[in-house]
Ligand binder design. Sequence first.
Ligand code: NDP
Length: 334
Amino acid sequence: LRRITLARRPSGDPVPEDFALETGDLPNPGAGEVLVAVEHFSLDPYMRGRMDDARSYADPVPIGGTMTAQGVGRVVASNADGLSEGDRVTGMTGWASHAVLKASEARRIDDGVPPTSVLGVLGMPGFTGWYGLNDLGRPKAGETLVVAAATGPVGSMVGQLAKAAGLRTVAIAGGADKCALARDAFGFDAAIDHRAHDDARSLRAAIAEAAPDGVDIYFENVGGKVLEAVVPLMNTFGRIPVCGMVAWYGGVEESEDRLPMLWRSVLVKRMSVSGFIIADHWDRFDAFLSDVAPRVAKGEIDWREDVAEGLDHAPETFIRMLKGGNTGKQIMKI
Ligand code: NDP
């Protein structure tokens, strides 16, 4: 067994020393459990939150505990009815070569489904984009949507669903290559490189040009400079599904208080600002799959993965992803 554990709690942005690689004997599955040899696992921004012990919607990873992750792998020993050796399953394996899963918490992946797609486009991140856009964004044809981290698994789902629903879609992404990907693969009407703008004012001017009728839905993935740029461009009765704020996961440096500007905008524009945690909405997952899986199979919804190899490279890959070093869904291959 090889696993990556949390060696200490990070202060600010995580560094490699916050993690440790540990080895040990393979665990034995108990009654109703299976042992899985992990092939791939997902690296997601939420894992940064699990490294802190601040009160949150989920318990932190304990010091010395295996870092949390959803993984995909083959059953190599089964003590459970319904799952046999050789079955491919997904479940919360952690950053590890092997994991014992309860059969009730392992979902079988049918042959024919690309295994890693259950970590991205057809898994938690794709579902997050679908739920947040449809249920909280309430898109209407003719409106304008802005989303950042636009080539990631959440943002690319949001952009493609919104485009198909008849909205004008504006991507915010890091760098010229990701902007080209946003336009060419994910169909965004415009793409803006946030790294090419030093401050919110300059970014705001670029977004205003790309969104001449204002912004009806700002799907919030990043916070920071992008949020500050977009808020004044929001239309009356605009919607902001608050999904994430990855720009601030390592801490906040700004000193000027912009809360009054934000709150006044929410009031005078009668905006709906709705925070959500996708784990509260698993009851909608089947509805998501019935809608999106056929569209993915037909090629109407495109997706990208960034697969890094080697369990020991997971910490540096995670650190890089939080800063935009990934292009598409970040996955580790064991
Ligand atoms: P991504 O794969 O898109 O990775 C994060 C991306 O954020 C980076 O690639 C980078 O893209 C962008 N980014 C990082 N720092 C900044 C910054 N300072 N300014 C602007 N952009 C930045 O991630 P996901 O698609 O998996 O997740 C997107 C968001 O959704 C995250 O905030 C995540 O926490 C959130 N989330 C929330 C869930 C919920 O239940 N509420 C569930 C799942 C995800 P680029 O290089 O293009 O800037």
